[in-house]
Design a protein around this ligand. Sequence first.
Ligand code: GLN
Ligand code: ZN
Length: 775
Amino acid sequence: MTVRVATLGFPRIGGRRELKKALESFWAGNSSEAELLQTSASLRKENWTRQKEQGADIIPSNDFSLYDHVLDTSALVGAVPEIYGHKGGKVDLTTYFAIARGRQVAGGEVAEGHANCSCHHHEATDVPAAEMTKWFDTNYHYLVPEFKEGQSFSLSSTKIIDEYKEAKALGIETRPVLLGPVSFLLLGKAHGKAFNKLDLLPGLLAVYTEVLRELRQAGAEWVQIDEPTLVLDLDDAARKAFAFAYQGLTSAVPDIKLLLTTYFGGLGDNLDTALSLPVHGLHVDLVRAPQQLEEVVAKARPDLLLSLGVIDGRNIWKADLSKILKHIAPIAAKRDIIVAPSCSLLHTPIDLERETQLDAEIKNWLAFAVQKIAELATIAKALNEGHESVKAVLEASDAAAESRRTSTRIHNQDVKKRAAQKDAKLTQRQSAFPVRQKAQEEALKLPLFPTTTIGSFPQTKEVRQARARHAKKELSTQDYVAFLQKETESAIKWQEEVGLDVLVHGEFERNDMVQYFGEKLSGFVFTKHAWVQSYGSRYVRPPIIFGDVSRPAAMTLDWWQYAQSCSQKPVKGMLTGPVTILNWSFVRDDQPRSETCRQIAFAIRDEVQDLEKAGCPVIQIDEAALREGLPLRRKDWQHYLDWAVESFRVTASGVQDKTQIHTHMCYSEFNDIIQAIADMDADVISIETARSKMELLEAFTDHKYPAEIGPGVYDIHSPRVPSVEEMVELLRAAEKKVPRRQLWVNPDCGLKTRNWKEVRPAIANMVKAAEILRG
Ligand code: GLN
Ligand code: ZN
């Protein structure tokens, strides 16, 4: 029996972020379309060759994208919303980027959201960008397809055919990747009148049939058809749609082989559906769901080619090769198999070898995309030719796994012991909210409708330059600190002048709300080049949590103290919460996420207590990423929410009643998790509501939320300065849903991406709106 190595997708961005540079230069009008396409072609060539060199037998094409593969699929089938003025025929690059980014205003800023905000709205422009949302539980964002009732589809792009031929011309046979028709529909949204998106399937299948025929004609034998929605909770209608779709496709194009590809979880109750489809191969994720292997093998048709996703496509750890071999050897002895990463390698950085400054011990525990393919090649060789053939590599892999199990860099018994404490007092404030509210009222003496901001002020060019110069050692630490103090002081003075009630220091010293803390905690490392695409040309470099987390020293205390020394008014301490730090990092896979989260929680708890000791009366713990950490399957939600909420409570519960704990979440879908949000037991929560005109405050009405709420009244994703009247109107709407005594007045999120020209008048208007409400 033979074992072959496949990859399901490779990072598009280029080892030196070539794609970002090419795109941004093209958008800025500094280079031509031809140059952009040239760069893209050379990236594809490099990626194909690289994968081949590492030992991949089956290499994907059409995994490349200029912006997003879901948008590519919309372009392929001609699903272009009317506002972009597409008249049918081929979707050109101008239309493609208009959907992705909105159409540029003359001389103005391009419409785009910003990284590290879970909301990712777009700026207001003449033609706005299409909606963007997270790709399953990753930090990759796709452009949401828009469908309307009775919509028709037509083949409108030759990209998939062209790229297949392009590789072939280079002597590389590829397996084209296509987002499957059912997932494509399920991931989209119905525009206008509500209707059943799955009704569009017959029309869509006609285009998919054309595509498959053309690929076959061009010589493709196999096509990887991604249906990741098969790992979600599906209803019967969706399951039937799968049967309908694949019976249709295979009978229309019987001579092409489809590898039905699932990832990000187990098939669970959709397994029988998946196995009943008349496809030639099935890829399953054995990293997220190793336990499904037995059942898949037991139930799969003997002639169904199984592709086993054994290497983690979502993380950066070296695999334990011996363990994987033990798991799959019995199957490999009985049938031909493919070994592959669990999902596309899009979600991992490209090449570990570029990290020349990384600590050698830690580096030995890591594998990025390139290294993961080599791991697969080792697995295949071991199974095909015997373990002896790769003895040295397997021994090195075992040694790395053993070193991770035992390293004192990772394991800190004090931290483990502390996190294991289960004392109920650790998660319980001294008194219940009504008692705390009174104590805080006396301590803070705030007016009704108290005003505040979410934390950051504009990260101006000067601020970013000073940080960069300090990093390059062109600016001494002393001068850098002096510069930041000046910025902080003037922000405080301005907040006093404009009349805000609870001030913030402005977060000028922070590069990013997670990285800033990660750099001060032990157990984290940072890379230089390990970029991962977040959306379009935006890439992030998530911190790597490799070991037990502790806090060697206070992290924010100096800045808070400095800011408070400039004012008599209360200044909020600003912290990032444990769940958000966890969700925006590469996380250890050698212990449950919940445990890592709890360790971070204790570190932040100490910071909270240090702030309180220094006299800080109000402390905000941001949990911007709490909701996005929700598991894909509903049955797993409660467990996640339990430990996430518990971690938050660990951070927040060590303070006295009179210390006011805020939390902030920059999104507004709370309906299905409101109980958990209430259980966090913060004194004040600020959320995003400006765009939805307070509709989204619904979840908080009827006393479903017991504490105080600051519904955002200023949409910070837009350069618009909201008027006093519109904010008054929003607050009046809020007052109908939440008792006025519970209401705060604040923007939707931090102001770091705005500039002072917008922020000053907007906040002045916001303060006036609060004054009007007070009457
Ligand atoms: N305190 C952070 C800020 O104001 C919160 C950012 C966020 O929620 N994304 O920037
Ligand atoms: Zn926010």
